[in-house]
Ligand binder design. Structure first.
Ligand code: NCD
Length: 342
């Protein structure tokens, strides 16, 4: 199993991921993808290890996907759901994490609606001198690394299913459309897709895609928040307040859910208006390359950011492949964090 380039105990962000690390995840996921096609879909890689899913925010696919990934690696899995936990009795998040530590947890998979919670727990685990690895499964509007890695796997395996590599996306045009302001999926994908050498075009209404967003990857002048990061790659990121220039000749279109729960003020005239301006429809896809494919992290608002016909179209939609990829990619991450550290 390829792991020569892996030294991370925690996966919290893709901001400082190197091309070698992306390729290590892709290749490891491809190996586990092969395991998942066998009759016996389980390997003993993490036998005896305890993986705890700490989801302080709702989730369908991410939580189930991590659970299945951990089980396929033969780990023991503990699932925590905020609504039915002692949080409702006033226990703090750190004390909850320490409770699971005392039960022998080896890795924690954490989702929280506030940015920075997984990093804070990781810091505490390090301060206590534990070996516990923390994986960010989505923190507020910040990052969702495993989602971006499964998107990357979905795209790169289209070229070579057994040997997916970052470089196959070089110079491809990828449009990311919609509510980018609130999207941790977009933030993580910007890191990974620009690291591949793809041209990434963001499109959304000005209220959901402020111009300041450009500072995200601009290195000149350096952004103090990311000083030293990202690694000196030639990142190509463009911002559009109309859909058409982003879609023109695009190879891939990633559309995002309109995150109504994160909107604090009235940022849009109406959902109908939004669909008319930024909804991905078959008609709109005519602007793209003829073989364009569409991604969406789910959950979707049918008829808002994406039409039902595109969502259900075997010709355009990669949505179910993304869900399938999620298990292999999460197996790879847990494996690398748990036993693949060189
Ligand atoms: C995303 C999330 O929760 O960040 N979904 C996911 O993990 N598949 C995107 C979203 O909520 O819109």
């Amino acid at each position: 199993m390829a792991n020569a380039h892996w030294t991370r105990r925690h996966v919290l962000s893709l901001a400082d991921f190197t091309p070698e690390e992306y390729d290590t995840v892709l290749q490891t996921a491809a190996s586990f993808g092969e395991v998942l096609t066998r009759r016996t879909k389980k390997v003993p890689a993490l036998q005896g290890q305890v993986i705890t899913n700490l989801f302080f925010e709702s989730s369908t696919r991410t939580r189930s996907s991590f659970e299945l990934a951990a089980k396929r690696l033969s780990a023991d899995v503990l699932n925590f759901a905020a609504g039915t936990s002692s949080l409702t009795k006033g226990e703090t998040i750190l004390d909850t994490a320490k409770t699971y530590l005392a039960m022998g947890t080896d890795m924690m998979v954490i989702r929280h609606r506030e940015a920075g919670v997984p990093a804070a727990i990781a810091q505490e685990m390090d301060r206590l001198g534990t070996n516990v690895g923390v994986l960010n499964a989505g923190d507020g509007q910040h990052e969702h690394p495993s989602q971006a890695l499964l998107d990357l796997f979905t795209l790169t395996t289209l070229y070579d299913p057994a040997h997916p590599r970052l470089e196959v996306l070089k110079d491809k045009k990828i449009a990311i459309v919609g509510d980018i302001l609130h999207s941790r999926v977009a933030r993580s994908n910007i890191w990974s897709l620009t690291a591949s050498g793809a041209e990434v075009h963001l499109a959304g209404p000005p209220t959901l895609l402020p111009k300041l967003f450009a500072d995200f990857v601009k290195v000149d002048p350096p952004n103090p928040a990311t000083a030293g990061n990202p690694p000196p790659l030639d990142r190509k990121l463009f911002i559009h307040w109309q859909l058409e220039p982003a879609l023109q000749d695009a190879d891939y279109v990633m559309t995002l859910r309109l995150q109504k729960e994160r909107m604090t003020s009235h940022l849009l005239p109406s959902l109908r208006e939004y669909h008319l301006q930024f909804g991905i429809t078959e008609e709109r896809l005519k602007l793209c390359k003829p073989n364009v494919k569409v991604l969406h992290p789910g959950p979707t608002n049918r008829g808002v950011e994406i039409s039902s016909e595109v969502m259900d179209s075997p010709k355009f939609s990669l949505i179910s492949q993304q869900v399938t990829s999620g298990v292999a990619v999460r197996m790879a991450l847990l494996y690398l964090m748990g036993s693949g550290r060189s």
